[in-house]
Design a protein around this ligand. Structure first.
Ligand SMILES: Cc1ncc(COP(=O)(O)O)c(C=O)c1O
Length: 421
């Protein structure tokens, strides 16, 4: 089945907004996507009709409990997690990482080593650097190849040792767009006896995510990057989660997942997350038949969701190729990421670029004046821009299409850039 872009776009009211008669072109998606109306409806329904604390024997509390349970099941399906009890919700990925890192750190001794990557967003870097500082751990850095924008797997071998207790790495870079071979990296870390913590914030919106196939111990993502509300979600392997001491107050649940969820949760966000997953299921049911075979080991909604993500990625690859091809035609522009047309499967469509003479902030500002939304700077990928030598020069311009963007929108961007540069 063809990708039905018009049906997709009609589900997102934000995409139809104009300002002074000028349409908006949202290419700021790696910082947060628009949401389908069904997500907002589910959140509103929860707030208006299911507002109560959990655990009461009365109707509104039971309804809130159902919202929470369904959201855990939805996320377990989306990530192919063995159990919904391994799904923890939190305010955002950064908060959950800062929080659980304290518990994970209790497994370590001074002198133990942790591996952090130079390709990661600071949310999967600095919580661990702080932990290392507090506990006397040694940080080993995994560099990336600044010519290929990928990790060299020999470098992974080189940073692992019999003292490595933890390896943290991202599924996809929020700056270069590189997709990392996290399954292979996790296998190497596992062989070295290390726990693995995967930041899937930028891969989950584009790629089918299967924690069992990846073989990691923890995986985190953020629903506002995949068409849901502002909410972070962590999957953790039960055997490890149950070994950890949760940092919690005494009356809070002592069993997972509640033991890692601090205070009263935003139930309306749970409802919104479940609706975002339902949105992907709709894509799967209406468009992604051709991709079901690759997921024949999964059943029901899990299979539909994973097929949907593969289907959307096919379209996104064509958008990325068009965008990169156009950028490379522009005089003075350097794409800071993978560009080979036969390597689009090794990157998400998040494309950063620099210009020989014009600063990233000036380009982003000029595009904003034409209602074309992009980000500039380091985008919290501090180690990445430092590795690329862009830290002092304002980082890069980041253009981040998702599946609701059209080729026509990319052409508008390219036309605006050509005129401006
Ligand atoms: C790769 C990556 N990791 C982590 C984060 C932080 O996510 P959150 O805003 O949910 O804390 C971001 C946010 O942009 C990101 O792009």
């Amino acid at each position: 089945m063809q990708f039905d872009l018009e049906s997709v776009r009609s589900r997102f009211p934000g995409l139809a907004i104009t300002d002074g008669g000028v349409r908006r072109i949202y290419l700021d998606n790696p910082a947060g996507t628009q949401v389908p109306a069904s997500v907002a409806d589910a959140m509103s329904d929860c707030l208006l009709y299911k507002s109560a604390n959990l655990g009461g024997g009365f109707a509104s509390s039971e309804a809130a409990g159902q919202v929470v349970d369904s959201a855990r099941v939805a996320m377990a399906d989306f990530l192919n997690a063995p159990s919904p009890e391994e799904i923890v919700f939190s305010q955002n990925m950064t908060t959950i990482t800062l929080h659980i890192s304290r518990s994970i750190g209790r497994l370590f001794e001074p002198g133990d080593e942790i591996v952090l990557s130079r390709m990661d967003h600071d949310a999967n870097v600095w919580p661990w650097v702080l932990l290392a500082r507090d506990l006397g751990l040694e940080v080993r850095w995994l560099p990336f190849n600044t010519e290929t924008f990928e990790f060299d797997l020999e470098d992974v071998d080189a940073v692992l040792s019999d003292k490595t207790r933890l390896l943290c790495v991202g599924g996809a870079s929020n700056l270069t767009g590189t997709i990392n071979d996290v399954a292979t990296i996790c296998e190497k870390a596992r062989d070295a006896g290390a726990i693995t913590y995967i930041d899937a914030v930028q891969s989950a919106p584009h790629l089918a995510t299967d924690v069992q196939q990846i073989g990691c111990d923890f995986l985190v993502c953020s629903a506002y990057k995949f068409f849901g509300p502002h909410q972070g979600i962590l999957w953790g392997r039960r055997e490890i989660m149950e070994q950890l001491e949760p940092y919690k107050v005494r009356p809070a649940p002592s069993e997972i997942p509640g033991s890692f969820e601090t205070g009263t949760q935003s139930h309306e966000d749970f409802a919104g997350v479940a609706a975002a997953i339902d949105y992907f299921a709709w894509i799967g049911e209406t468009m992604a038949d051709g991709h079901l075979d690759s997921w024949s080991h999964l059943d029901g909604r899990r299979r539909t969701l994973h097929a949907a993500m593969d289907f959307l990625f096919e379209y996104e690859k064509s958008v990325a190729e068009h965008l990169i091809g156009g950028l490379m035609q522009l005089d003075g522009v350097t794409v800071q990421g993978i560009t080979a047309t036969d390597a689009m499967h090794r990157r998400v469509p998040t494309v950063s670029f620099t210009h020989a003479r014009v600063a990233p902030a000036s380009i982003a500002q000029a595009l904003a004046q034409q209602n074309i939304f992009v980000w500039n700077g380091h985008n919290y990928a501090v180690e990445v821009v430092k590795s690329l030598g862009l830290y002092e020069t304002g980082g890069a311009v980041r253009v981040g299409p998702v599946h609701y963007n059209s080729i026509a929108e990319i052409d508008e961007l390219l036309r605006a850039l050509a005129e401006m540069l």
